[in-house]
Design a protein around this ligand. Sequence first.
Ligand SMILES: [Cu+2]
Length: 184
Amino acid sequence: MRFNRADREVFGVGTLVFALLAMMFAFIALVTAGQAYSRSNDTNARVTKLESGGLLGNSAKVTLEEFTITPHPALVKSGAVTFDVENVGSVTHEMVIVRAASLSALPKVTKKGERSVGAVNEEAIREADKIGETGDVPARTHVTKTFNLTPGTYVLFCNIDTANGDGTVLNHFKQGMSATLTVI
Ligand SMILES: [Cu+2]
């Protein structure tokens, strides 16, 4: 293949641009890999330290009442995590666990229907993010459940509606029954 002068110039510039781009991508890849490496080392060091101090384990106690849900501790180790969920309140509650970056990331009900407006729209949560739930936990009882959790942030909530007696309902999530749980 022969190039005339103009073609050669274009070819030369193109090659140079391509080479620079390739170098740039290689550099970015290197930096990203470096960050990922140091981050996982930091996390590993943190896990080891917390474990040695007895501060990190594969279980949590969760207290339910009107209208709070509180995990102790709120930081657990990934793997099979056992939750002992105790209802110390006077009405039935539940614990639903969903993988979500934050409370605001949960889809909410926007139209009145089976669930009240502002409740968590559980049907709109991606199947892969739905970890599980205790089912009803009557007042003064407790339920133990184990879920397999990978590292990340999870939201625990109670989405039960209590009838007010005048046709309206009180949604527990809207009253504040939610908390985040970090898994490392
Ligand atoms: Cu509740």
